[in-house]
Structures are given as C-alpha cells and as structure tokens.
Design a protein around this ligand. Structure first.
Ligand code: NAD
Length: 354
C-alpha cells in the first residue's frame, strides 16, 4: 500500500557529464548574465580560472576567498568585489564552501547563480544556507539561495584527493540515509536515496583506489547529486543535528564528522526505522545490516572512524549531549541523554556501531 504523501520538486536545471563545464558560457547567456563574478577557494583559483576562461568578456571578476562555513565577513568582501566589477551573475566553482558563498551573495543581491560543484557535498541543489558570524552558525532555508543552474562535470572531480573524496562521499551518503527515515519521506525521494547510496557505495572504493577512474568519478557524482536532492527535499534528523552541534561547538571538520557518525546513527535508529535501514543495507550490497555496512565502507575508504581523531575532546561529550537534546526535532527513535552519550562515547573511541 502507498501511504499518502507530499512531494515538492525544487526548480533547477542540471547538466551532467564529462566536459559539460564547457557549456558555462551558454548557460550564463541563457540566464541573461553579461558579467559573471566567479567564486573559488584560494586553492582552486587555477581550476576555476581555467573553467571560466572561455567566458571571455563575460568574466567580470574572480573572487578566490571562499572558506568553510560561509563567514559573513568574507561574504561582505565578496559583495564589494561584485559591486565594484558591476557583475550581474554568480558562478561558483568548487565545493560546499564556495557554493555557500555564492548562495550568500544571491541572497543579498537576487542575482542568478550557476554552481559547478567539485566535491560530493551537495549544497548546490538545496535551498539551505549556513552562515557564521561571531562564532555562531545560523541556517536559513529560502528558494532565493537555490542556484538556477548546476553543471556536474565529473572531470573536475578527478583532482579531489582520496581522503576528501571519501569523507565528502560519506557526507553525501548520510543525506540519503536520513532521507529514507525522514518524517516527510515519500516514495520519490526514497527512490533517489536508495539509488544514490547504491551509486556511491559502488563508486567510492574505486574512486579512492584510483582517483583518475573516470567511470567511478561520474558514478560517484551522480550518486552525490541524488543524495543531495534528498537533502533539499525532506527534513533531516538526529545525524545532521549531531554533526551541526559538533561542528559549531568544537569546530570539527564538516565532512569528516559526517563520515564518523553515520554508522552510529544508523545503528541507533535501526530498530525504529527497519524499512529504511533495509533499503540502506540492500543498496550497500545486502550482506550486512545498514550500520555494519556503513562502518565497513568507511573502513574500506580509509575514512576517519573516531571523533577523537578529528579533534573532539573527550570531556566535550557531556556538552555535546546537551546541545543535541536542545530544541525539538524529528528522529524515528526519540533521543535520550543516556543512549546519546553511549553513542557519542563509541563514536569518540572509534568503536563499531552498537
Ligand atoms: P569545501 O568546499 O570546503 O572543500 C574542501 C577543500 O577541497 C577546499 O580546500 C577546496 O578548495 C578543495 N577542493 C574542492 N574540490 C576540489 C577538487 N575537485 N580538487 C582539488 N581540491 C578540491 O568542502 P565541502 O565538504 O565540499 O563543503 C563543506 C561546506 O559545505 C561546509 O561549510 C558545509 O556546511 C557546507 N554544506 C552545505 C550544504 C547545504 O545544503 N547548505 C550541504 C553540504 C555542505
């Protein structure tokens, strides 16, 4: 029986395939852009300049100051840049940090955006923007920040180092795991979630073994797109709440935190969301349960498996429990202090999920 559901598709034009970044100029023109502000991190300046070079006169300026967590001070500098160069469109070339900056600028200017993602984080297809100011991270949801066009060119991911490929891929997978047991889960996002997990589960070991494997890179990016579409379509639960709390309170790195925690949260929710977990397990090969399969995958990828290895202080666990219990949010198994502490202790020590 199909239970009643609601599904809201988000507007976005998506181009997918090797070499498609070459269509940037045509897409910009179709959006009515004449002078693009190109965004990147400092480390990806060269790559972004190469991708944007064919824009010619339509390349208005290049701001290479994007950093993690979208600090408002950086957005303000980029905004001044945008105004000085009289740009009328935004082109973000990079991972979630660069795309976050593009979204922050779109929010303030209403200008159209093209995102050219080079990691698996997935921010380009969500209407969500996280920004930091004075050490506080706030998150907003608005269609105003959603890029109009996304160009997935797997060739731009060939240079993503194995360690970032692994953690960024597990970050994407976590979106789909939580989408399968979301309160507003529906058959459409669940299809995308399962297929996304299947694609990433198969592709990531090959990507980490050989970063120049074009087929695996394309399959991983396809999976990441599906998983991110789920993140944009339905509400997330305990896993994202814990990652947000740990990132904010202890400055833990975003993708690594997701990589460590997702097997533990899958184990925590297994009894309360058996159908969702069966789909995760099936997508990952069907020989283990979901938590064990996620744990094994993280091990195969050489991803971090302990919070202590990514900067979490052991005496911060109590504070983390309090932060995660703050505010009401949906999770298939309502969290309580004792079981959350047990989960975080295992994750801190690098023990397998319970
Ligand atoms: P990132 O964008 O910070 O990139 C990590 C590093 O890898 C950077 O130094 C970057 O320059 C480099 N890099 C990226 N692509 C590369 C490539 N192809 N080759 C070589 N180097 C490359 O990391 P991320 O994990 O993509 O994004 C994390 C940020 O995105 C966080 O701030 C997170 O909050 C945000 N995020 C937001 C959403 C959302 O929906 N709003 C979703 C996911 C992540």
């Amino acid at each position: 029986m199909i239970a009643p559901f609601a599904y809201t598709a988000l507007p976005a034009r998506v181009l997918f395939g090797p070499g498609r970044a070459a269509e940037l100029g045509a897409e910009l023109a179709a959006l009515g852009g004449c002078r693009a502000l190109v965004l990147s991190t400092a480390g990806q300046r060269g790559m972004a300049a190469r991708v944007a070079a064919p824009l010619g006169d339509a390349l208005g300026a290049h701001f290479d100051g994007a950093v993690m967590h979208t600090p408002v001070a950086v957005t303000e500098r980029a905004l001044a840049f945008l105004h000085d160069a009289a740009c009328d469109a935004i082109v973000a070339i990079g991972g979630g940090s660069t795309i976050g900056l593009g979204k922050a600028l779109a929010l303030r200017t209403g200008l159209p955006q093209i995102a050219v993602p080079t990691t698996y984080a997935g921010s380009e297809v969500t209407p969500v923007l996280g920004q930091t100011e004075g050490g506080r991270k706030t998150t907003l949801r608005s269609l105003d920040v959603l890029p109009e066009v996304v160009i997935y060119d797997p060739e731009l991911t060939l240079s993503l180092p194995p360690a970032i490929s692994a953690t960024s891929g597990l970050n994407a997978l976590a979106h789909a795991v939580e989408a399968l047991y979301a309160r507003d889960a529906n058959p459409i996002t669940s299809l995308m979630a399962e297929e996304g997990i299947r694609a990433l589960g198969a592709a990531l070991p090959a990507v980490v073994a050989d970063g120049s494997d074009h087929q695996a890179r394309a399959r991983a990016q396809y999976g990441a797109w599906l998983c991110a579409t789920c993140l944009g379509a339905v509400g997330m639960a305990l896993h994202h709440k814990i990652c947000h709390a740990l990132g904010g309170a202890f400055g833990l790195p975003h993708a690594e935190t997701h990589a460590v925690l997702i097997p533990h949260v899958a184990g925590y929710n297994a009894g309360a969301a058996p159908d969702a977990m069966a789909r995760v397990a099936r997508a990952l090969g069907g020989t283990d349960d979901a938590a064990a399969a996620l744990w094994r995958l993280a091990g195969t990828l050489g991803a971090p498996r302990a919070l202590r290895d990514i900067g979490m202080p052991e005496d911060g666990i109590g504070r983390a429990v309090a932060l995660v219990l703050e505010g009401a949010y949906w999770n298939p198994r309502p969290p309580d202090a004792a079981s959350l502490e047990a989960l975080l202790r295992r994750a801190w020590a690098g023990a397998p999920p319970a």
